[in-house]
Design a protein around this ligand. Structure first.
Ligand code: UT7
Length: 328
């Protein structure tokens, strides 16, 4: 019997309407539109209304993806949410999404792999469907990063935005996922992390007063490792897919961390800028939602045609990295 091929049946996304521009940030911290654009390429990012949980925007992205897949919520038997801003420590955000869409037949859990979370979740869903135990998986990358951003820290607050993207995975007759490649380096946990609120540093008055519930990042070190890890991940996923080099691919959909990182990755991969899907200027870095939203935008903008080979590639806290080659 030929191998089962798992592919994407539908995609969707949701971006909140509230916009935070670089000019808005100039009024909040010691920064400038010029600095943000030259160092990051970001012009604006979108934020949820305060108090909106991740599951709410994940739910809206999921509805869009189900519509694209022409499936009902009851057809979904697996929901995986990649997120570092879950509604609560537990239950999983996937369970909140399940209740919101009414996918009563689904098993649900979250994946914590930061910006690589959506691709990690795709890889897990692909394996679980391939095993024959599940049929249709709803995979989501969703973040309310504004809830863990320190709006007094100019090193980080200019970078992040909120959003959600989703994909429905199932068996396909043509195309499908050709390879996934995942990696991590647990020796670099201190480069990008949220210190308090977990078992290592439970919440106290002091942790709140010392702003320990906001993300911390050593931007410069992360930058250098990001370029190398994303290049290696894309190359390795291409090789696993039987594609001799990344320049044979039709579109690269990278995690939208920073325009300079993305252009450096393109240069190392020896691919023209036109082959990169870019939306960092409009949304900033949305962690696990970045690749998920970019995938749906690329589909809806007609950037991906039937038969195209594309690669999703990401890098994030952990450190983690991931890539996935898909034939459309
Ligand atoms: O999602 C995956 C993980 N995250 C990333 O991939 C992010 C990776 N890192 C980056 O994107 C970049 O490192 C940043 C955009 C965060 C910073 O850019 P950089 O070119 O690495 O700048 P830097 O950290 O070396 O800082 C340069 C200067 C510093 O001033 P001094 O010490 O040279 O006087 C900073 O204090 O820029 C200063 N600076 C700012 N100035 C104006 C830092 N943030 C700002 C700001 N506005 N918002």
């Amino acid at each position: 019997m030929p191998d089962k091929r798992i592919g994407i049946l539908g995609t969707g996304h949701f971006i909140p309407s509230k916009v935070l521009t670089n000019q808005d940030l100039e009024r909040m911290v010691d920064t400038s539109d010029e600095w943000i654009i030259t160092r990051t390429g970001i012009k604006e990012r979108h934020l949820v209304e305060k108090g909106t949980p991740t599951s709410q925007i994940a739910f809206l992205a999921a509805q869009d993806a189900l519509k694209g897949a022409k499936l009902n919520p009851e057809d979904i038997d697996l929901i995986i949410v990649g997120t570092i801003t879950p509604d609560m420590q537990f239950p999983s955000t996937a369970c909140f999404v399940q209740a919101k869409i009414g996918a009563k037949n689904a098993a649900c859990f979250d994946v914590s792999a930061a910006c690589s979370g959506f691709i990690y979740a795709i890889s897990i869903a692909e394996s679980m469907i391939k095993s024959g135990q599940y049929k249709n998986a709803l995979v989501i990358g969703a973040e309310v990063l504004s809830s863990i951003t320190d709006w007094q820290d100019r090193n980080t607050c200019v970078l992040f935005g909120d959003g959600a993207g989703a994909a429905v995975l199932g068996l396909v007759n043509e195309g499908g996922i050709l390879s996934t490649y995942l990696g991590s380096d647990g020796n670099q946990t201190g480069l990008l992390y949220l210190p308090a609120g977990g078992s290592a540093m439970p919440a106290t008055i002091d942790t709140v007063n010392n702003r320990m519930h906001y993300l911390k990042m050593s931007g410069n070190e992360v930058f250098k490792l990001a370029v190398k890890a994303m290049t290696d991940a894309a190359n390795n996923a291409a090789k696993k897919a039987g594609i001799s080099s990344v320049d044979q691919l039709d579109l690269i959909i990278p995690h939208q961390a920073n325009m300079r990182i993305l252009l450096a990755v393109a240069k190392r991969l020896k691919i023209p800028e036109e082959k990169l899907f870019l939306n960092v200027t409009r949304y900033g870095n949305m962690s696990s939602a970045s690749t998920a939203v970019a995938l749906d935008e690329a589909v809806k903008e007609g950037r991906i045609k039937k038969g195209d080979n594309i690669v999703l590639v990401a890098f994030g806290a952990g450190l983690t990295w991931a890539a996935c080659v898909i034939k459309w």
